[in-house]
Design a binder for this molecule. Sequence first.
Ligand code: NAI
Length: 587
Amino acid sequence: MALNLNAVGQKLGPLTKSYTWKDVILYALGVGAGENDLRYCYENGLKVIPSFSIASIFPVLAEIGVKSNINLAGTLHGEQELIFHRPIPTEGTMTTKGRISHIYDKGPGKGALIIGESDTFDAGGKKLFTSICTVFGRLDGGFGGENAPKSEVHFPERKPDFTVEAQPASNQALLYRLSGDLFTLHVDPAFARMAGFEKPIMHGLCTHGYACRALCDHLIPDAPDKARRMACRFSKPLYPGVPIKTLIWKVGEGKALWRVINAQTGDTVIDNGIFEYGDPAAHTIRFDGRVAIVTGAGGGLGRAYALELARRGAKVVVNDLGGATDGSGTGSAAPADLVVAEIRAQGGQAVANYDNVATAAGGEAMVAAALKHFGKLDILINNAGILRDKSFVKMEPENWRAVLAVHLNGAYNVSRPAFAAMRENKYGRILMTTSAAGLYGNFGQTNYSAAKAGLVGLMNTMKLEGDKHNIKVNTIAPLAASRLTEGIIPPEMFAKMKPEYAVPMALFLCSEACPVNGNIYNAGMGFFNRAAVVTGKGAVPTKDGRVPMVEEIRDAMEEIASLKGEKLYGQLPEQLMDVVESLKSKV
Ligand code: NAI
């Protein structure tokens, strides 16, 4: 029977499960905890190993197989990502809801990948953790579908910071399965032989539990609640009773890479491991599982945005054409490549893109790169920019057009395909970059001011069209020392204007937590405020409905121009309604 390709989009769960401290301890014993790990094995002062989360929602994982109609004899757990939002209680009731998000084809004889994403909530409706599970159907490839986007983890070329040895027992799988994964492959010798193994194999998630203990013990001792994200790929089977080593490299603040090897053969059994830890995730704004494009990210503000997005878990497409400040030159891959290397060195995921935002094809290629490498797009920061300053009469058409092409057309070119991809996913955050020059004016920058003010207009309508698709569009007016502002900002101020000061506002507006849509914020040097178009109460100079005379405008000018009692409108009809109301009361 073939895979059910219509399963994409089908719901997983809801699954509701109540559990007690005994389930927590049974799991701990199943992943090798013992008398040296009483915090996981004794109800007095009990702590929960974070990977207990995935074992406790096993029926949801099984549902991925059933709904996609995968060939059971070839089914293996491919990859697992867990994002921890809140500490997992030692007892309680959890409800899990999710959906099958993708089915990928690795090709004939190479298998298929079925991805199930789910969120698990406590009895009060608070999100505890997110699971992104990839089930590998060894026998289901070759149906002519798309291949999965490649995701690579770049391990440092040095010895691990920790090597943690462990000896799973020969009956480990028999103990582990009592936590819920009753799949026959791990208990029934005849089924295991049919599936091509000598005997029943360890559950990948059992070895994963060993790794989770090792990671917690060495990186967040006695504080497993500080685990924030754990991701990995199951790469080779392991038989119960075979000793293992978990190798851990610390990379950057709160992040480690890891893998588990078979200590007898040296084979990697779990690869591409990522572990992130720190303060409870509920208080931290994270971008795990999110995919972002930052245009013009080879330097200045864009680089700072890209680095922080990646540090907080996003996968980033680092776009930069690599031209001169005035947009001249043929471009260079170097700036984008350098930022990608910086992100990878801190353990993050990024790919470089050198397309030109000033063309529609460039915008499309950039979005296609996000989909190809990371499977979706959640965030777009329209940041690329150039300057060609001249006083107005000297502003030749060429300089006018070049600046509008990058800033205003650039945002249109990238946002349009991005918006389409986000609409598919029912989630998106788009950030426009305006400037004080556009909001308030700046001598010698007519082209730039026009483009930057145009972006506000673009946002004003995109916010309305995005609203029902959960796409929010906001605008930042940054102020930062960069090559663009080198000649404009006095040197004594330059030092106090690190691009990093604008980053928190940009990232907040791109986060899930962002409460606003269609707003503009100034951000720089540690100062933030809102800018907006406000409208005064106005006046109706004639009482009888006739067309006012020019002199009547002159006489009513004080009232017409007053901003007292000003209003902020969300869209055109609101303003029109007020006009109609004012006429009704005055005429
Ligand atoms: P920057 O020059 O360091 O960064 C702009 C980047 O955009 C460059 O790396 C450049 O190669 C890239 N780029 C230019 N044209 C491109 C194109 N056609 N396609 C792809 N990439 C292209 O400048 P900075 O200061 O970091 O500026 C970032 C954004 O912030 C710009 O939109 C700028 O107008 C805006 N802005 C900056 C202010 C500041 O104080 N630095 C003030 C207000 C706005």
